[in-house]
Design a protein around this ligand. Structure first.
Ligand code: FES
Length: 259
């Protein structure tokens, strides 16, 4: 008899005018990727479940109200999706503007310069100017004025021997928390606080070294900014190539990614 390799029903939809056919249950974002359409994103990777927190991947779907996140929206038969309208471009620029208004502007001296998804997305959405800052002042003053007020601008946690945690650069996408839980099966990280005070923290402990963290590096791998940064990268720069692995204790890597 014939073996059915993919038992899922296939769904056909249109994205930016292109017909795309993908298995049911696929996200609109993944379907767009299959069609060669890149939707801006900051909180979604292939290794953890979609969460929909960054709000950059918004799309328009004909017949549906609002602008849903494409990473958490599943495809439906006959869907007509638009990913590049003027409204969406404006919304994405607005979202990026808010991120950057609350982020240190030290890109030139940052260890992640040139390898930072926040920086890449600011460019991808065409952000040229930021109109506001955390407390209504411009961001240069804002930084100094808010250091004591903003929990995320607490000092760096350098207690782990392999990586640093810089709260000032966190956009609270929660990728690290999800990677810790879903990839490693550890619950060493959590999000605490609300609004401007929300931050990633080592759960059950004051710092990473004392926490349940087993230094697997899953959180560092998924961090889209310089918040979680390998110490070796800070000291000797970005490596010429890297390996990707989903096994926490495997140093070989399942996939090789040439830079
Ligand atoms: Fe979809 Fe962040 S990638 S909301």
């Amino acid at each position: 008899g014939t073996r059915k390799i993919n038992s899922k029903k296939m769904v056909t939809l249109k994205i930016d005018g292109f017909d795309v056919c993908v298995p049911e249950g696929t996200s609109v974002m993944r379907a767009a990727m299959e069609a060669g359409i890149q939707i801006p994103k900051l909180c979604s990777t292939d290794t953890v479940d979609a969460f929909g927190s960054c709000r950059l991947c918004l799309v328009e779907i004909e017949g549906k109200k609002g602008t849903p996140a494409s990473c958490t929206t599943h495809v439906e038969e006959g869907m007509q999706v638009h990913t590049q309208s003027d409204q969406l471009k404006g919304l994405r620029r607005g979202v990026m503007e808010l991120y950057i208004s609350d982020h240190p502007l030290d890109c030139l001296t940052c260890a992640a310069n040139g390898d930072c998804e926040l920086q890449d997305m600011a460019g991808a959405v065409g952000l040229r100017d930021v109109r506001y800052g955390y407390d209504g002042t411009n961001h240069v003053n804002q930084r100094g004025a808010s250091d004591e007020l903003n929990a995320r601008w607490a000092p760096k946690d350098e207690s782990n021997p392999y990586f640093t945690y810089d709260p000032s650069k966190c956009i609270v996408c929660s990728l690290c928390v999800r990677a810790c839980e879903e990839v490693q099966g550890t619950f060493a990280l959590t999000i605490e606080g609300r609004g401007f005070d929300s931050r990633v923290a080592a759960s059950m402990s004051e710092d990473f070294f004392e926490s349940e963290c087993v230094s697997c590096g899953a959180c560092v791998e998924v961090c889209p900014t310089a918040t979680l940064q390998e110490k070796s990268v800070i000291e000797i720069g970005t490596p010429e190539h890297s390996v990707v692995t989903t096994c926490a204790y495997c140093g070989v890597g399942c996939a090789f990614k040439a830079e």
